[in-house]
Design a binder for this molecule. Sequence first.
Ligand SMILES: [Zn+2]
Length: 139
Amino acid sequence: MTAAAQSDAAGFPVRQGERRWTAAEITKVRTQLAAEAAELREEIEKAESDIADRLGDSISNAGDDQADVGAKTYEREHELSLTYNARDLLVQTERALARIDAGTYGWCESCGQPIGKARLQAFSRATLCVSCKQREERR
Ligand SMILES: [Zn+2]
């Protein structure tokens, strides 16, 4: 970690009553996020190559009866939605990493208040504070 990044750690916001972030804590969150991003990328790549294989299969098995084709279609859609989910998570994870690097990590994207250290240590890719998150879920 560079000296600049170390002095930045103290600049990440905390909620009232929370201790300041230390460089070690930021490093830990960043390492975790980077590992998650790598895992998600791998998962997406794997799912995509599985889907490509499956597509090849369904073309070669054009003689299948209708029920079979239906089941395969369902399976493929399920896999696709998993990939979309993983993509969403990857986007969020990469955004959190970018925010750490930019020194803007920890501020709620909606109200601009600190998200809180405890929340970020539990959900490191959170971009909203608890109240904004709850408001969004009620919508
Ligand atoms: Zn908020």
